[in-house]
Structure formats: structure tokens, C-alpha cells
Design a protein around this ligand. Structure first.
Ligand code: HAM
Length: 417
């Protein structure tokens, strides 16, 4: 057997304690902004029946065709590590009869997702998203609410150079007609398209807008646009979303060529990018998915939501290290008996609500005091056989006390700070 060192799988990474602090700021902001707007937190399982994504995300999407981690369990069921969160939440909405609650039901999540993608900066195989879903209302005000909450979240977190692109896809019927029109246009110009786009005219003609190929781009400049084909109601819905964003002074660009790699979208579609990121510039995306719940076997139920990539948020914000919190009390010892007493004092401190650390590496007293400095300890107790010295690190004041008096004294001094 080889004894080479094992590493985390390609496209995955460890979150070490010094990075955990920055991630916590994202979670805290999400809890405050989304929780404060009435969204309740939800967590669904890391894996689901494969069929959920085939039906929900769409059988012709890259996600379902190439990117899913699918496996069979011991009972022969086909399961898939969740590549995204909207289909699982729609499943949970149905499974728990949430249509009986006051609508829309508003939920938020911060979870990890899995896609077998080409790993590169900002693109991982296990990545994290913070997202929100509002299910049960078709009102344009809900679209505007989720977009504005996402904009607030990105702004609060200090994501640089953010741009919002906005479009509307209309209803499935409008899309079907438009799809045929676009397919006819692509076929008429087939000889100038890339091989990939040509081979997908039948399966996914909209992806042609996404192509890098020069000839294809040239053809797409003259292509018919879905935004010009919206029905009266869809156009009104879109106009109202835009009016609400205008009232809120949120800048956006209308982008009729906006495409997202998921099939459940209908009507509003949006993406936030950051120029501070390289090739993977998408920080967050979302839209309305009025047909999804029906697709999963439920009654017609509208919904709208977004998801933002945590790694990309962190890449597009200042890399200011978050200062580790100050430790209230560091317990050092002078003698073996003091070590046992000190261990008890640290536990007592934690039970009293203080943050406390105790010497764990058998350092010399000098080494222990250095460690207390490194932790920026507010108080240090040096415990001996029958007495302890409590030192206030800010004022330099020292008191000789009985070991049992250390915690009451720290609590008293803390109160007078
Ligand atoms: P999505 O655009 O596939 O949408 O992903 C949303 C965000 O997740 C992206 O903008 C990006 O920041 C991040 N992301 C996606 N893939 C990766 C990856 N491989 N590595 C790192 N970050 C990644 C959705 O997932 C939809 N469920 C969003 C939604 C919610 N639509 C309606 N509700």
C-alpha cells in the first residue's frame, strides 16, 4: 500500500479556524438581514432522490447531464448530492404541507452543494451558498423583495464592484413559441455556429447566447430576443418589478441575453456579478420558478428566490483578517497541584459565561504568560498550591487570592469595567 500523504479531493478545501471567522460574518449578516425580513432558516438533507433534480433542475441542463455526484445506496436507490437548493426546498414545501401556511412561505439557507465542475479559482466541487426562497405568491413585490435583500446582503458584506443584470423569461408557453423561432433562426445560420452550439440547437438553443465562439457571437447579435416577445401580463409583471427596483434606487442593466443553467425559471431572472472576480464573475443568481412545484407533482404554486456563492463573496470582499476575540481569562499554573486547581477554575469560568483557556502544553511559567499575551487575555490567573495571583492585564494590577475567589473577583472586576 502506498504511504503517500492524503489530500482533500480536487475542488474541495478545508475551512481552517482563521478562515472560519470571515465565513461567520457572512452567516451573521444573512441571519440579520434575511431573518429580520421574516425568512425562517431551513436545512434539507445533503442528498436527495436523483429524480428530484432530473425533474426540478431539468434533464437537458449541464448540471443534470454532467455535474451531479450520483450514487446508488445499499438499497439500490439512486441518490444525488444536492447540486443546488431550490428543488430540495420546493420538495420540502410540498412534503410538509407548507401550502397551508400563510403565503408566501419565506425560507433562507446556508449550506454546501456539490457539482462536478472544472475546479479553478472561485469554482469548487463542494461549495457553499447562502440563499432565500419565497414560495406561494406571484406578486412582483416578492421578486423585488428578494432582489433588494440580496443587494443589501452583498453591500453589507462589502462585495466590491457589484453589477445586477435583469431579464424576464415570460411563461412556458411564450418560451416554447420563442424557442421555435430561435431554433429556426439558428438553423438558418447553422454554417456559422460552433459545433457545440449546432449540436445543441434542438436540446438547448438558448445556450447559444452564452457562447464564446466568434462566429456564433456574430450570429447571435441578430437573433430574436425573448424580451421582445413577452405577453401583456408577463410584460406588466416585469415592468412592475423594475418600477419597484427603481423606487428603491437599485441600479441594474436589462440584459435580454441573460441565460442561467437551470430549467425551472419563468418570468424574472437575475444575476449579480462582481468585476473584482476573474472569469467566475457570478456572485449570485436567481429568479422566479412558477412551474417548479407543479413539476414536482404539487399544485400550481409560484415561487422566487436567489442563491449567492460564499467563496465568491469572500473573494470579492476585502481580505481583512478578523481579529480573534479577546479571551476573558487565561489560567496558568506554578505547581502540579496548581495545574489541577487551575483546570477546575477554567471550567468554573466557562460555566459563569466567561471565555477561558487553560495551559495545555506544559510550558514554563514564562511560556504560559507569553501564550496569555498571544491570546490577548483580559485577566490571567497564576495558580499555585494554596493561592492564586490574579492579574488585570490592562491596568497591570495584581491580587493574591484564594483559588476559590478567582472567578467571583473576575466577575466583579468585569462589571466595573
Ligand atoms: P446558480 O447560479 O447555479 O443558482 O448558483 C448560485 C451561485 O452559487 C452562483 O452565482 C455562484 O456564486 C455559486 N456557485 C455555483 N456553482 C459554484 C461552484 N461550482 N463553485 C463555487 N460557487 C458556485 C442556483 O443554484 C439556484 N438554486 C439559485 C436560485 C435560488 N434560484 C432561485 N432560487
Amino acid at each position: 500500500m502506498s504511504s503517500s500523504k492524503l489530500q482533500a479531493p480536487r475542488g474541495t478545501y478545508d475551512v481552517l479556524p482563521d478562515q472560519a471567522a470571515r465565513r461567520e460574518t457572512v452567516e451573521d449578516a444573512a441571519r440579520r438581514i434575511l431573518g429580520g425580513a421574516g425568512y425562517g432558516r431551513i436545512e434539507t438533507p445533503a442528498f436527495e432522490a436523483t429524480e428530484l433534480f432530473a425533474r426540478g433542475v431539468g434533464a437537458s441542463t449541464d448540471i443534470v447531464q454532467k455535474e451531479m455526484y450520483t450514487f446508488e445506496d445499499g438499497g439500490g436507490r439512486s441518490l444525488t448530492l444536492r447540486p443546488e437548493g431550490t428543488a430540495p426546498i420546493a420538495r420540502a414545501y410540498l412534503e410538509h404541507g407548507m401550502q397551508r401556511l400563510p403565503q408566501p412561505v419565506r425560507l433562507w439557507y446556508l449550506s454546501s452543494f456539490f457539482r462536478y465542475e472544472r475546479a479553478q479559482a472561485g469554482r469548487y466541487r463542494q461549495f457553499w451558498q447562502v440563499g432565500a426562497e419565497a414560495i406561494g405568491s406571484a406578486e412582483p413585490v416578492v421578486d423585488a423583495e428578494v432582489i433588494l435583500l440580496l443587494a443589501d446582503l452583498l453591500e453589507t458584506l462589502g462585495v466590491h464592484d457589484v453589477r445586477l443584470r435583469l431579464a424576464s423569461l415570460g411563461t412556458p408557453a411564450t418560451r416554447a413559441d420563442y424557442r421555435e423561432e430561435l431554433q429556426a433562426y439558428l438553423r438558418a445560420n447553422e454554417d456559422r455556429l460552433s459545433d457545440e452550439v449546432r449540436s445543441r440547437i434542438h436540446l438547448n438553443p438558448l445556450r447559444a447566447f452564452d457562447a464564446d465562439h466568434a462566429g456564433t457571437r456574430e450570429v447571435m447579435r441578430g437573433a430574436p430576443l425573448l424580451l421582445d416577445r413577452l405577453t401583456g401580463e408577463d410584460a406588466e409583471h416585469f415592468a412592475e418589478v423594475r418600477a419597484l427596483l427603481d423606487d428603491a434606487d437599485l441600479a441594474y442593466e436589462i440584459d435580454p441575453t441573460l441565460v442561467r443553467g437551470i430549467d425551472y425559471y419563468a418570468r424574472t431572472l437575475f444575476e449579480f456579478t462582481s468585476d473584482a472576480l476573474g472569469a467566475q464573475s457570478g456572485v449570485a443568481g436567481g429568479g422566479r420558478y412558477d412551474g417548479l412545484i407543479e413539476q414536482l407533482g404539487g399544485p400550481p404554486t409560484p415561487g422566487v428566490g436567489f442563491a449567492a456563492g460564499i467563496e465568491r463573496i469572500l473573494l470579492a470582499t476585502d481580505r481583512r483578517p478578523v481579529a480573534p476575540p479577546v479571551v476573558d481569562l487565561f489560567v496558568a499554573y506554578e505547581t502540579p497541584a496548581g495545574r489541577r486547581t487551575g483546570f477546575g477554575i477554567a471550567r468554573e469560568a466557562r460555566r459563569a459565561g466567561l471565555s477561558a483557556q487553560v495551559e495545555l502544553a506544559d510550558r514554563s511559567l514564562k511560556g504560559q504568560l507569553k501564550q496569555a499575551d498571544r491570546l490577548r487575555a483580559r485577566f490571567v490567573a497564576v495558580v499555585g498550591d494554596e493561592h492564586a495571583t490574579l492579574k488585570d492585564m490592562e491596568s497591570g494590577k495584581q491580587d493574591e487570592v484564594e483559588p476559590t475567589r478567582v472567578i467571583p473577583l473576575v466577575l466583579r472586576m468585569e462589571k466595573t469595567l
